[in-house]
Write a protein that binds this ligand. Structure first.
Ligand code: NAP
Length: 515
């Protein structure tokens, strides 16, 4: 179930939230603590319950500040309010066949008011969600915590553990705990590292996942939450289940990546029971455990892990085994560039690595200039992306000039690839202008300069376009950088970063379809 947490401070505001995402959620969480006091009291005095809250399963939650909520008043008053609210409305709702849940924290079992709220609720057929929150850390043994939550209240309660995930190791522990569940637990990994638990809830056999009006108003109710429409449409939540194949992207940071939208849409088109998830990753050894636990079938790899993941694959053994037809070439590109952006895993757990950046870069360029042989090309930048770009250009026969802010990085890249063709290096400064003029059939921009939010920056401001160049900008956000706009205005043919992104992603998708 996708549970939509209503976070407005009035019932009218909540009803607007419901209308905005109608059709994209399966349950609602009514956050009583976020409502204004008079609105909350109105629920008791007026005697009417909002119509939208009586259409689908509803969770009543009145959260304390210490648990991430908005209530900083008296705890007994809070629990008594819940008791009164349930007594006022639950009988009617449950009688109409609606599922009603009451979220109560585990520590309130020690209080008379807490026990009374639970007893009243169960007497009306309301199910208790027994919750514990930790905004600092993930427990050492989350499965034991879940067992404590199951045991602390009455029979049949639903345990809910919402904890801050500090890194990949914490995520492994949470996923292990989920695997031991019975389909009636709620586990929420908060923060970027916990994000996979939110979108993988159906795959992990969890009861529900929370979403909120993330892009609107007050923003996400808990760290890492996204809106219900993205859960349903981008992450294919409703078609996922325990047999769904898991794919993803590892990087750090990675939640901004466009790859999930691309690959999930691709799975949708193929009618494949699969989901693609961003995994912010700070520990590759822990992530390897996660790959086994989740039976992850394929991965995209991005900054800063491409080089380290390349080390997983040692030459010949990998080359021999990769399944896709054109893949042998992608594998040799991995070895030459020393960076891996694609991993697949067969049913026996064998890993295969490849690099689709080289071919993804070349494809849009070759559609403009089919013959690069002896063409002069200036590559701006000498980072990870530049390695794939320079390798591809040299293999295609181009003469390459690498310019970089840090000169020695350009020199070392040129030194490393000298064996493959004609390559020189220079500093990213006006003194390099004469050399650029000798290498200006194509200019490739591979630095992060000009990327959002610094969209006014132009790494090649000292160069005036003649209009005969092909300008290839690999930054894709924004789609039209200052440099690209300047080249286009001068009459140049241009290639934007979007094209490279799509070309490399399509090659990955072809490899993912083999496993
Ligand atoms: P990287 O390895 O960190 O390299 C960054 C490069 O940018 C280095 O050459 C660095 O120069 C240079 N740079 C950074 N800040 C600079 C500044 N203020 N002035 C001048 N140069 C600067 O990153 P990467 O993996 O190569 O990625 C670079 C860009 O390519 C990113 O924007 C990424 O999103 C984009 N990209 C796009 C695609 C696509 O499919 N379209 C694929 C891969 C990457 P120094 O050596 O002097 O630090």
């Amino acid at each position: 179930m996708i549970c939509f947490t209503l976070s407005a401070d009035t019932l009218h505001g909540m009803s607007t939230q419901v209308d905005r995402y109608r059709g994209h959620f399966d349950a609602l969480e009514l956050r009583l603590d976020l409502l204004r006091q008079n609105e909350r009291e109105e629920l008791l005095r007026g005697g009417t319950f909002p119509a939208w809250a009586s259409e689908i399963p509803v969770i009543l939650t009145f959260r304390r500040e210490s648990d991430g909520g908005g209530w900083n008043g008296d705890n007994t008053e809070r629990l008594n309010f819940l008791t009164a609210l349930v007594a006022e409305h639950a009988g009617h709702l449950v009688g109409e066949g609606q599922k009603v849940f009451l979220d109560l924290e585990d520590d309130v079992v020690a209080l008379d008011a807490g026990r009374k709220a639970a007893d009243t609720a169960t007497s009306y057929g309301v199910q208790i969600i027994r919750s514990r929150h930790d905004f600092e850390r993930t427990p050492e043994d989350p499965a034991a915590t879940l067992a404590e939550l199951r045991a602390c209240g009455g029979p049949g309660e639903i345990p809910k553990l919402a904890v801050h995930v500090r890194g990949s190791r914490d995520l492994v522990r949470l996923v292990r705990a989920a695997a031991l569940g019975d389909g009636r637990a709620i586990i929420v990994g908060m923060g970027p590292y916990g994000f996979p638990t939110r979108v993988l809830a159906p795959r992990l056999g969890l009861l529900l996942s929370y979403s909120s009006d993330a892009g609107q108003g007050r923003g996400p109710v808990a760290p890492g939450q996204i809106d219900p429409q993205s859960m349903a449409e981008v992450y294919r939540y409703r078609s996922a289940g325990p047999t769904t194949a898991v794919f993803g992207i590892i990087g750090n940071p990675v939640l901004h990546s466009r790859s999930p939208a691309f690959h999930n849409a691709e799975f949708g088109r193929q009618g494949r029971n699969a989901v693609y998830v961003p995994f912010p990753t700070d520990d590759l050894t822990a992530f390897r455990e996660l790959m086994e636990l989740l039976d992850i079938r394929g991965l995209s790899v991005t900054i800063p892990h491409k080089e380290m993941v390349a080390d997983w694959f040692t030459g010949a053994a990998v080359q021999a085994a990769l399944p896709a037809p054109a893949a042998a070439e992608r594998v040799s590109e991995l070895a030459a560039v020393g960076a891996c952006n694609t991993v697949t895993r067969d049913t026996r757990g064998n890993l295969f690595g490849a690099n689709t950046d080289v071919a993804g870069f070349l494809e849009p360029l070759l559609s403009r200039l089919p013959d690069l042989n002896n063409r002069g090309v200036t590559v701006v930048g000498a980072g990870g992306a530049a390695r794939a770009v320079v390798y591809g250009l040299l293999k295609a026969g181009a003469r390459v000039l690498v310019l970089n802010r840090t000169l020695h990085r350009a020199e070392s890249l040129a030194g490393e690839y000298a064996i493959l063709g004609k390559i020189t290096a220079g500093a990213l400064e006006p003194e390099s202008l004469p050399a650029v003029i000798l290498h200006n059939d194509v200019i490739v921009q591979t630095t992060s300069v000009g990327m959002k939010p610094d969209t006014d920056a132009d790494p090649l401001a000292f160069y005036t376009f003649a209009g005969t160049e092909v300008l290839y900008e690999i930054v894709y956000a924004p789609p039209r950088t200052r440099l690209l706009a300047r080249a286009e205005e001068a009459g140049c043919r241009v290639v934007g970063g979007e094209e490279m992104f799509l070309a490399q992603a399509k090659l990955q998708a072809a490899m993912f379809s083999q496993v």
